[in-house]
Design a binder for this molecule. Structure first.
Ligand code: MCU
Length: 408
């Protein structure tokens, strides 16, 4: 299908192994996940503006702060999450703006229209809400990129988010196109995925404001499949108001780790890697281009990105398609799972990889697992979400050289 081409490795800009990256002083006030804990990001030490990156072929330690301090408390882990958020923005995904100076919303005929203004520019976008036939208002809701590819759960509203309208994903030539860039300028550092995540946060802002929409903003989920699954994972990582993140078949740039995918490619797999993916669509910031051929210097990988969601709900739904790197996804998410284990919330994150079905065709044999996560995190029920399954194996010793603390 046109969605799963055979990977042709492309060469991209090579940069020095140790590199200095100057930006303005890192903001510590950016709202990031982890804010459920008592420590606000403002008490965390800021990242230096200029960083010397060191090569590390293993998956990065989730439990050592950038300054070398070991993470032993939940509050310190919230700081670790804040700095991971800053690092992924700096090196891979571009800067996530906060709430714009003005945000108004109106609701009519199940369409929620959101008007954003900042620095003399403005734009409007809308989402449509499909209400469940059961349950009662205010309803939990799942924000679904491109309508999503999961069956609407009973009692849960579905919010159709047209992410392509926020930031285009046609080809690399579509960089800087879409309503996010109308507001922030076509040269903004945010790649499409960051622009979409910003849009999801604005939808939640609007739902908080417009009670006529009858959505319970404490029970919000987010989903998307494939390229939109990459986006859904990021939205969950960037906004701690999202109670349940449901990325589906997200592959490279989603639940796969860049390092593991590069290794599997070197072993002959037909798998999408960092150096290939930047030639396809403007999902990432252009700042990522300098690192795709030296992935080991990245101070994070996608286990770190997923760990921004802990201890909130995350259920990663995967298929078994070579190009998406199923073994990389399983290993990467096994590494991410350590964040939930350390926080004493192991069953708030689940992983399920079931193949033998078309891309983004949710199979019926994953339904009960999805239902368990939806019931626990969006409907307030007590269900068994201790779900972690794949036909692949993960070599801990090859990829992890750190220990998992029990955070106090
Ligand atoms: C899994 O997501 C992508 C993949 O990264 C692309 O290489 C491929 O072209 O399309 C997939 C997708 O979005 O399929 C709908």
């Amino acid at each position: 299908s046109q969605c799963i081409p055979n990977g042709q490795a492309s060469s991209a800009t090579t940069a020095a192994t140790t590199t200095t990256f100057a930006t303005s002083t890192t903001k510590t006030s950016t709202p990031v996940s982890g804010s459920q804990t008592s420590t606000s990001a403002a008490t965390c030490s800021a990242l230096p503006a200029s960083i010397s990156l060191k090569s590390n072929s293993k998956l990065n330690d989730l439990f050592t702060l950038f300054n070398g301090d070991k993470v032993t408390t939940k509050a310190q882990f919230a700081c670790r999450q804040a700095e991971i958020s800053q690092l992924v923005q700096r090196y891979e995904l571009g800067t996530l703006p906060g709430r714009p100076a003005t945000l108004t919303a109106s609701f009519s005929g199940n369409t929620l229209t959101i008007n954003c203004g900042d620095s003399g520019k403005s734009m409007s976008f809308s989402v449509t809400i499909t209400y469940p036939s059961s349950g009662s208002a205010p309803y939990p809701a799942i924000i679904a990129y491109g309508g999503g590819s999961l069956p609407a759960p009973a009692g849960v509203a579905m919010i159709n988010f047209n992410n392509d309208d926020m930031a285009a994903q046609v080809n690399t030539g579509s960089r800087g196109q879409g309503k996010f860039y109308t507001l922030y300028g076509s040269g903004h550092s945010a790649g499409a995925m960051t622009a979409w995540a910003w849009g999801v946060s604005r939808v939640i802002d609007a739902l908080e404001q417009v009670t006529a929409a009858r959505i319970d903003t404490t029970r919000i989920g987010v989903t998307g499949c494939s390229r939109n699954g990459k986006g859904a994972l990021l939205a969950g990582a960037f906004d701690s108001r999202i109670a349940l993140t449901l990325p589906q078949e997200s592959g490279a740039g989603g639940s796969a780790c860049w390092r593991i995918s590069d290794y599997l490619k070197s072993q002959g797999a037909n798998i999408q890697t960092a150096s290939e993916i930047i030639g396809e669509d403007p999902w990432f910031s252009t700042s990522f281009n300098s690192y795709v051929n030296q992935v080991p210097v990245l101070p994070f990988d996608h286990h770190s990105l997923a760990a921004l969601i802990a201890p909130r709900g995350l259920f990663v739904i995967d298929n078994n398609i070579d190009w998406l790197g199923p073994q990389s996804c399983f290993g990467c998410m096994t590494a991410a799972h350590t964040a939930w284990q350390a926080l004493g919330a192991s069953d708030h994150m689940g992983y399920s990889q079931i193949g033998a079905h078309a891309h983004c065709a949710f199979p019926s044999n994953q339904q009960s697992q999805l239902t368990a996560f939806v019931q626990k995190f969006l409907l307030g029920q007590s269900t068994n979400t201790a779900i972690f399954q794949s036909d692949f194996t993960f070599s801990q010793s090859q990829w992890i050289d750190w220990t998992v603390p029990t955070l106090t």
